[in-house]
Write a protein that binds this ligand. Structure first.
Ligand SMILES: [Zn+2]
Length: 270
């Protein structure tokens, strides 16, 4: 099937899923539509192809807003996995595999190609499902166990490595990869500087876009929670420099320097 025909096909499939209320499958099909559109032969001008192709990402984002928390967590894993793939056909292969996998359709199976298998494995690390230190599957437990009676919600843990990661408030979606004690401290330092740079959701988005450019990593992986020590240090240093610049322009805009002693005495699950 040509890319041009696939634009129409995936868009219509997406609309049907959306009507059924299956926003996860709808979103994945809108995303596929966008990928096909970007690579379609548009010399033969199908009006619908243009229209569908141009509106598909807007519809993708609209579907995400309507999803359950569990589905949103799957979309996050999709975006992380696809951030490791360069070829658009690999991204389509991933989306087909993910849809098949989550819909549990018995009548056909999609075999992910080797690039896609690697991307899936990496996304499991970045979403807290696999331990980055030993490679074993993690366990989802309540944080009461490690915070001596106080619960900060569920965490993914690898007991062998003493590594864990918290979840977004009220969800079982991991904040990122598992972290050992050294990385947990590096993450706190990165957040210390980063969080002084924004107040509103719009500013937060702008800061993350800026960081993604500076670090040369896709936005899906521009998160302190997905960073290793080196990346955390780069985030902290970039943000600190920006705070210094801001203060130079406006001396009234102070910022707080990182104090390691203070930080090691404080407990949180970030
Ligand atoms: Zn481990």
């Amino acid at each position: 099937m040509s890319s041009t025909a696939s634009v129409l096909y995936s868009y219509e499939a997406a609309q049907a899923y959306e009507q059924e209320g299956d926003f996860l499958s709808a979103a994945r099909n809108y995303y596929e539509c966008h990928l096909y559109y970007e690579n379609a032969e548009l010399t033969v001008a199908y009006e619908n192809v243009r229209e569908y192709g141009l509106s598909s990402m807007g519809k993708y984002r609209r579907c995400i807003k309507l999803m359950s928390q569990e589905e949103k967590s799957k979309i996050r894993a999709d975006e992380v996995a696809m951030s490791f793939l360069i070829d658009w056909e690999d991204k389509v292969n991933y989306l087909d595999w993910a849809s098949w996998h989550d819909r549990g359709e018995q009548n056909y199976t999609v075999t992910p190609n080797p690039e896609v298998v690697k991307a899936i494995e990496k996304s499991l690390v970045y979403t807290g499902k696999t331990c980055p230190y030993c490679g074993k599957p993690t366990e989802l437990i309540d944080s009461t166990e490690i915070y001596g009676g106080t619960s900060y919600g569920p965490i993914y843990i690898c007991r062998d490595c003493g590594a864990y990661v918290g979840c977004y408030k009220g969800t079982t979606t991991a904040l990122g990869r598992l972290a050992d004690e050294k990385l947990r401290l590096a993450k706190r330092r990165a957040h210390h500087y980063l969080d002084q740079l924004w107040k509103t959701p719009k500013q937060r988005l702008e800061i993350y876009e800026w960081l993604s450019d500076e670090l040369h990593i896709p936005q899906a992986r521009t998160h302190v929670g997905m960073s290793d020590e080196e990346q955390c240090n780069r985030i902290a240093n970039l943000c600190r420099r920006r705070l210094i610049d801001r203060k130079r322009r406006n001396p009234f805009r102070r910022f707080k320097e990182w104090d390691e002693n203070e930080a090691t005495n404080r407990q949180d699950n970030k």
